[in-house]
Design a protein around this ligand. Structure first.
Ligand code: GLA
Length: 695
């Protein structure tokens, strides 16, 4: 009797022999269990979409006095009214939690990443933790949508101040903000938008950060400039409003064409693509940005400092040019240190996202004298184990890796793995208490598209899992505790699987170690490949992994953001199944179904149909174990109490990270609470690539 049948029989005997009981053996898939209630959540006040901002000319504009005195009066800068667009973006006071702000002070961030350079358009990371979000503004903006009423859901305007659809819905005309300037005073125009699109997204030699590809905006989509302030999209589908989300962070945030072109091989024949990508290292200061702060100082492994952008194109209703905060710090440390410093008050901001730090942080934040406030959001932070599904060469696999890919493509094998994961134990190894929940994979339980009844869960059942491994042809033939391949595969060697993980987060490491321990009980030998964040990403994109532990992206926490990443909708959209150098995507039937569902979702404007499609998505992805869910939990925003205009209930992650969600350009510190943290008081960014800030 094989182990599987033996097990079924035992289960049947235990509950009494009836048709029902025979079917209800322990490892039968079920609906995922209900999650433990989680009380400590901030309350969100929902508002109409148009209550947040508008574009209009105001009778007069203001700026910090020292800018007028030291820069305008000395002729170093034109007056503020001339630096602003004709109709700047105006944040409405009614939507500001504490109203109009005052100038001054610094927000001190701590990050675990390290900057490669400023060329976001060519894929360089700035070190994360909000640095890039603050430097590069995008056509639309979605992070603040967490507070927008569902009936009104559509991305907010940003660099694109308005748009209209043609009657047939295939053309979208976008009007860019008129008269806005880069932080060095050079006009922003459709040239910047077209350079980003044509010479970065569409150019096969360039991959922008966050992975924008032409398919991100729909297959066959084109973009052209009509005039300096107008661009026109054409789509194969009619009214694919969903793409407006891809025009937000992080896939449509143009860089300064006037600077980047100087090193792009198409415009400078002396340059290679490598030189283009690496042509703006962190030491290249005063990189022009459309964002509110400009990098003026970089010290390796120490700090990045950004100062206010004198050409920023957003104001409050009183005409005060934003931002209110003069300076931003990014201490180059570790992500765990970000939590510690924010709680202690030596840093100002953290997305508390590593459960290992929850209990201590909660304890400290509870005291009246605690410097920071801490508020939890919904369970939107999730982790999955991704298996590399490419059977035709993505990542150039050797014989060993090929054999693993074949296993990954076998449903019995995937079921065995998911059933061998004790998710309760895995969650509790991170933190005890009601934080973590059983997460089988698929859409996050915190999104409005989540449907528990469509969420298929294979309960923890080690014996059932072992039986399935055997069914997949894997047996421990040499008695060393690990299963072997059949004799005709790799000479019957032990199965050995390499697990890719980033070493930047304790949670990722702990989850990977937990998986290794649990797989050992199943009889699978897993070897860790632990790399820093950037190397992990590069290894992932290049397909050089068998398995990978991965924190979920916005496609799972919001569904509408990064939607094409929900499946292999394009050659380079999926985390675990991409096209090899030359070739086609070898999708399995259920993956084709997922692609189909996601494409229908993108093309549909009918809310009921979209909700229904996501139920189908959830069912197909969880029943086929598209990914192996590991755990899911809420994150908390930790922010120093001296800051005003921090909206209540802001999730640390939904459409984007909290650094964007809180709308930092509106955040301020009242005069009585301002600290003495500015490293370059009364200074502004200097010339691009030259020195630091200027007096
Ligand atoms: C990292 C951090 C997140 C968030 C993002 C912003 O990924 O872990 O909390 O700060 O950067 O990009």
């Amino acid at each position: 009797m094989n182990a599987m049948r033996h097990f079924r029989l035992r289960a049947a005997l235990m509950v009494g022999v009836s048709t029902f009981a025979v079917q209800a053996w322990a490892s039968e898939p079920t609906v995922v269990p209900e999650q433990p209630p989680f009380p400590a959540q901030g309350k969100i006040t929902y508002v109409p979409r148009d209550s947040i901002l508008e574009y209009k000319a105001l009778p007069e504009y203001r700026e910090p006095d020292w800018v007028t005195e030291k820069f305008v009066k000395t002729g170093k800068l034109p007056p503020v009214a001339e630096r602003l667009p004709k109709a700047p973006l105006v944040f409405k006071t009614g939507n500001m939690p504490d109203g109009l702000g005052v100038y001054g002070d610094t927000m001190r961030h701590v990050v675990g990443g390290r900057p490669e350079g400023w060329n976001y358009s060519a894929g360089q990371t700035q070190g994360w933790g909000g640095i890039d979000i603050e430097m590069f503004e995008c056509l639309t903006r979605t992070a603040p949508l967490y507070q927008v009423e569902a009936k009104d859901m559509e991305p907010l305007p940003n660099l694109a101040k308005s748009w209209e659809w043609s009657q047939d819905g295939h053309t979208l005309t976008m009007h860019l903000i008129e008269g806005a300037k880069w932080s060095d005073g050079v006009p922003f125009s459709s040239d910047d938008v077209m350079f980003y699109w044509q010479d970065n997204v569409v150019d096969p030699n360039v991959s922008p950060l966050n992975g924008a590809t032409p398919e991100t905006f729909g297959e066959g989509t084109t973009l052209k400039a009509i005039d300096a302030n107008t661009v026109e999209w054409t789509f194969k589908e009619a009214f694919p409003r969903q793409h407006l989300y891809s025009m937000a962070y992080g896939t449509f945030c143009p860089g300064p064409a006037h600077i980047l072109k100087t090193k792009h091989p198409k415009y400078n024949k002396d340059m290679t693509y490598d030189q283009y990508k690496n042509g703006f290292p962190p030491e290249y200061l005063n990189m022009p940005v459309m964002g509110a702060w400009v990098p003026v100082e970089y010290r390796s492994d120490d700090i990045i400092v950004l100062r206010r952008n004198p050409y920023y194109w957003k104001v409050d209703e009183a005409g005060n040019q934003l931002p209110y905060l003069n300076e931003m710090h990014y201490k180059l440390s570790t992500w765990a240190d970000r939590d510690v410093q924010a709680i202690a008050g030596s840093g100002d901001f953290s997305n508390l996202e590593q459960p290992e730090n929850f209990v201590e942080s909660l304890k400290r934040a509870a005291s009246d004298t605690a410097p920071a406030r801490l508020a939890f959001g919904a369970r939107l932070i999730g982790y999955n184990l991704h298996m590399n599904f490419s059977g035709n060469g993505w990542g150039d696999p050797d014989e060993r890796a090929k054999a693993v890919r074949e296993l990954n493509r076998n449903l019995d094998f995937r079921k065995a793995v998911t059933m061998a994961i004790d998710r309760k134990k895995l969650g509790e190894s991170l933190v005890k208490g009601p934080f973590t929940a059983i997460y089988p994979g698929g859409l996050s339980s915190g999104t409005s598209f989540y449907d528990r009844q469509s969420t298929v869960y294979y309960p923890f059942d080690l014996e059932g899992a072992k039986a399935l491994l055997e069914k997949a042809g894997l047996k421990d033939t040499d008695g060393n505790g690990f299963v072997n391949y059949p004799a005709d595969t790799l000479g019957g060697k032990d199965v050995e699987i390499v697990l890719l993980v980033t070493s930047e987060y304790n949670t990722d490491k702990n989850l990977a170690e937990g998986v290794i321990g649990q797989m050992e009980k199943l009889g699978l030998r897993i070897v860790l490949n632990s790399l820093d964040g950037k190397q992990r990403d590069a290894t992932n994109y290049a397909g050089r992994f068998d398995w990978m532990v991965h924190r979920n992206g916005a496609e799972l926490s919001s569904v509408v953001q990064n939607t094409p990443q929900l499946a292999a909708t394009g050659p380079r959209t999926s985390w675990h199944h991409r096209v090899p150098e030359s070739g086609e995507l070898d999708l399995m039937p259920f993956e084709k179904e997922l692609v189909d569902i996601v494409n229908k979702f993108i093309a549909s404007n009918d809310n009921d149909e979209r909700a229904d499609l996501m139920k189908q998505y959830q069912k197909v992805s969880t029943s086929n174990v598209d990914t192996v869910g590991l755990t899911e939990y809420p994150g908390a925003l930790v922010i120093n109490k001296r800051f005003s205009n921090i909206p209540s209930g802001a999730p640390i992650f939904m459409f984007n990270w909290a650094e964007d969600t809180i709308i930092r350009e509106r955040v301020f510190v009242t005069a009585d609470k301002q600290g003495d943290y500015e490293l370059f008081p009364e200074q502004l960014p200097g010339k691009p690539g030259e020195g630091g800030p200027i007096n």
